[in-house]
Design a protein around this ligand. Structure first.
Ligand SMILES: O=C(CO)[C@@H](O)[C@H](O)COP(=O)(O)O
Length: 277
């Protein structure tokens, strides 16, 4: 049986002028996690917010009492690091030993201090960092691989998630999930079911074979889907094996958000218990 259903409404569709209240309401509506979309305007063509805003909303939501518990802040980091930095900045950074510049790990500590519990970075951002750093002197350049990013997130005391965009095949994840070092294995995989950047897009069922392949190999893994999830698409995602469901417009656009959250949870729970609730 796959892990329990976790409904994580995305606050991208909330009223940004009243985020604190929106988040505390979500807890009242029986959401389990809060999905926080961090966008930098480079990795995706949209900008949202950074750690200071997370700090403010944390004060409206009690911290989870256990790993993955209610109130978990699931931070989806749609941020590029080196990919869009000029090469000379990256090279200078590596020569002066500033390994904090231009690395996907750059924001982990800030987000931890702000109240993040699960730091989910994009595979594509980590890979770009490696590729862009390759030509530099390997003695002074510290390579960043997705496994290294995961280990660092764990060292900082956070759970680690790794996300893939629709363009990325699921196969890239096998060697990461198979790592012999437990600290290099992610706690969650996020399969994007839209092109990241905006809420309210159409669900891409074409991404579900990735979820299915992951679930077949990893019955206990938290597998998150994000983009276009609603009462109309949840059954397909649940059938494929997703258990962590992100929903933005479906929750915030509803007359009764609590009811939507409950229906999404029910659909996932039905699949995992073979129809018995
Ligand atoms: O990461 C993203 C978009 O990049 C998502 O979290 C969306 O915010 C989900 O919104 P809906 O598709 O549910 O409206």
């Amino acid at each position: 049986m796959s892990p329990p259903a976790i409904i994580a409404p995305s606050i991208l569709s909330a009223d940004f002028a009243a985020l604190g209240a929106a988040c505390s309401d979500l807890m009242e509506y029986n959401a389990h996690w809060i999905h926080i979309d961090v966008m930098d305007g480079h990795f995706v063509p949209n900008i949202t917010f950074g750690a200071p805003v997370v700090t403010k909303i944390r004060s409206h939501v009690e911290r989870p009492s256990q790993k993955g518990g209610k109130g978990t802040f699931d931070c989806h980091m749609m941020i590029a690091e080196l990919m869009h930095s000029p090469w000379w900045l990256a090279l200078t950074a590596s020569m002066i030993g500033d390994t904090n510049i231009a690395q996907p790990m750059k924001w982990v500590k800030d987000f931890k201090d702000a109240g993040c519990d699960l730091y989910c970075f994009h595979y594509e951002a980590a890979i770009s960092s490696v590729a862009a750093r390759e030509p530099a002197d390997t003695k002074t350049t510290r390579k960043t691989s997705p496994r290294e990013v995961i280990r660092y997130i764990h060292e900082c005391g956070l759970q680690a998630g790794i996300a893939i965009k629709p363009e990325t095949p699921v196969d890239v994840l096998w060697e990461i999930l198979e790592s012999e070092d437990e600290s290099e294995r992610p706690d969650m995989v996020l399969v994007m079911t839209v092109h990241p950047g905006f809420g309210g897009q159409k669900f891409m069922a074409s991404e579900l074979p990735k979820v299915k392949a992951l679930r077949e190999k990893y019955p206990d893994l938290n597998i998150e889907v994000d983009g276009g999830l609603s009462e109309g698409t949840i059954d397909q995602a649940a059938d494929a094996g997703a258990n962590v469901i992100v929903a933005g417009s479906a929750v915030f656009g509803a007359k009764d958000p609590a009811e939507v959250i409950s229906k999404l949870r029910e659909a996932v729970e039905k699949r995992r218990t073979g129809g018995k609730l």
